[in-house]
Write a protein that binds this ligand. Structure first.
Ligand code: SF4
Length: 476
């Protein structure tokens, strides 16, 4: 449903956050973090750390040998009666799905939850050609009715209350909806059932792609994914090339990590395995199966050693749940369907610094995301490298930061690394700030420095830091 803007203005988006949003987000993330923590405790932290390391090693091995495993997967899918398509970018991926849809005269496509299709803007591409696309994951269905994209990569509508959803159903579906989870689910279920039966095309994503058998794995908590993959006559799975893993043994480790980290479950309710066309003994399933493998910048991510572990991500959402920035501003502020720390790593590398250069700065670098990540991605190191890319440029991309920011950063760096300049500068700053300081804090800074003090006081510059440091060392 999402359409990514040409340039993401995180700061401006943050100003638009509805007042009730942070509390709703924090209530939901606290619940997920609580259930996750209980399961990790039950497993034992030592074993959990062993699992995390194994998950990291499997994913790293997979992406470093991606060419080999993708070709192996392609052979397996083809042998099982499926068709494999390679898409270099978002436009190519949408074009492939459109071609398939046109060939089959598709008028209605039903979709299970897929961040890859959000990333490439597939719904917009199909709808522009007159094909109706219906999201069938309950959360995605709700946000689609609202005309929005997902606010969280695992639980798209978790910021909405039952009352808000009941109002939405009354307004958009013309039904007498009650603000009760069961009633709302029944309404959506009845509406979606008719659509599943009428659909000409089913679209899914894929959490993993097993190279040895060409099997696409989808991990969900609702039966809609299974309906999308089995009821319509044609099924298209849109999968990022970084989702490939070598074998079923690897999968067992990753599934243990994913469900626990995402929703605090030992295993999700529905874990589907799609290997090409249905066998002769199977009663249901599509007559045609297409796997669209999407690059869209993933190869470029692999070419930068400092950033390549971005591709280990299994999209569990745990880093969103723990992130103080995400908890304060919610998912829409990121202006990209993949939000939170993982989106802050991924989006600038996919869209480029000119469009998404603000996102690596949307982090306190507290490191909570590193600690919770089930595949041990060094998220803050990658964000720091991306900040450096934005300001200085690197071998992948030139500088995209405005010139004054670069000059300001250079002056700051020079002052911090030249003792006499630091001394003179700090004395000057001490005098300049004196009229504004009260009990060690500055309540209001003048423009253009006032962004911080719009919402909180700023600590006064500690001009005596060097003296304090010397006295501390002398006392040791
Ligand atoms: S970066 Fe790690 S914690 Fe965040 S979504 Fe990806 S796998 Fe999960």
């Amino acid at each position: 449903m999402s359409q990514v803007p040409a340039s993401i203005d995180f700061r401006a988006n943050a100003q638009q956050v509805p007042p009730k949003m942070p509390a709703a987000v924090q209530k939901a993330t606290a619940k997920f973090l609580g259930t996750r923590a209980a399961l990790v405790e039950a497993l034992g932290n030592d074993f959990w750390q062993v699992l995390r390391q194994a998950g990291h090693d499997i994913r790293l091995h997979s992406i470093l040998h991606m060419d080999h495993y993708l070709e192996q997967a392609e052979r397996a899918v083809t042998a099982a009666g499926g068709h494999v398509h390679w898409a270099t970018d978002a436009a190519a991926a949408c074009g492939i799905v459109l071609d398939i849809a046109r060939r089959h005269g598709v008028r209605l496509a039903v979709k299970s939850k897929s961040m890859a299709t959000e990333e490439i803007g597939l719904n917009h591409a199909l709808e522009a050609e007159g094909i109706r696309v219906l999201e069938t994951d309950l959360g995605e269905y709700i946000v689609q009715l609202k005309g929005m994209g997902p606010a969280h990569i695992v639980v798209p509508a978790f910021h909405l209350s039952k009352e808000e959803i009941a109002d939405l159903f009354r307004e958009k579906l013309g039904v007498d909806a009650q603000p009760e989870a069961e009633n709302l689910t029944q309404i959506a279920r009845a509406k979606l059932r008719e659509e599943f039966l009428a659909a000409d095309l089913g679209i899914s994503g894929g959490n993993f792609l097993i190279a040895e058998t060409g099997t696409v794995i989808t991990v969900t908590n609702e039966g809609n994914g299974r309906m999308c993959c089995t009821v319509p006559p044609v099924h298209v799975a849109v999968v990022g090339i970084d989702k490939v893993v070598p074998d079923w043994e690897s999968l067992t480790v990753l599934l243990k990590l994913l469900a626990r980290s995402a929703t605090g479950q030992k295993l999700s309710c529905y874990t589907q395995f799609i290997s090409g066309l249905p066998r002769a003994s199977e009663e249901t399933g599509p007559q045609e199966f297409h796997l669209v493998l999407v690059d869209n910048g993933r190869s470029r991510i692999l070419r930068t050693p400092e950033c390549r572990e971005t591709s280990l991500c299994i999209r569990c959402g745990a880093c969103l749940n723990i992130c103080p920035v995400y908890n304060s501003v919610g998912g829409y502020t990121y202006g990209y369907p993949i939000s939170g720390p993982t989106g802050a790593m991924f989006a600038p590398q996919i869209l480029g610094g000119a469009a998404a250069g603000a996102l690596p700065f949307a982090s306190t670098l507290c490191g909570a995301c590193n600690d919770i990540c089930p595949v041990k991605i060094p998220i803050t190191d990658i964000l720091l490298h991306l900040r450096h890319r934005v300001v200085e440029g690197d071998e992948q991309e030139g500088r995209t930061a405005p010139y004054p920011l670069k000059v300001g950063a250079q002056i700051g760096a020079a002052a911090m690394s030249t003792p006499w300049l630091y001394r003179v500068g700090s004395q000057l700053l001490k005098r300049l700030q004196a009229p504004l300081v009260s009990e060690g804090w500055i309540a209001k800074l003048p423009p253009p420095l006032n962004r911080w003090t719009m919402s909180r006081p700023f600590p006064a510059f500690a001009a005596d830091f060097r003296r304090w440091w010397r006295s501390r060392k002398a006392g040791c």
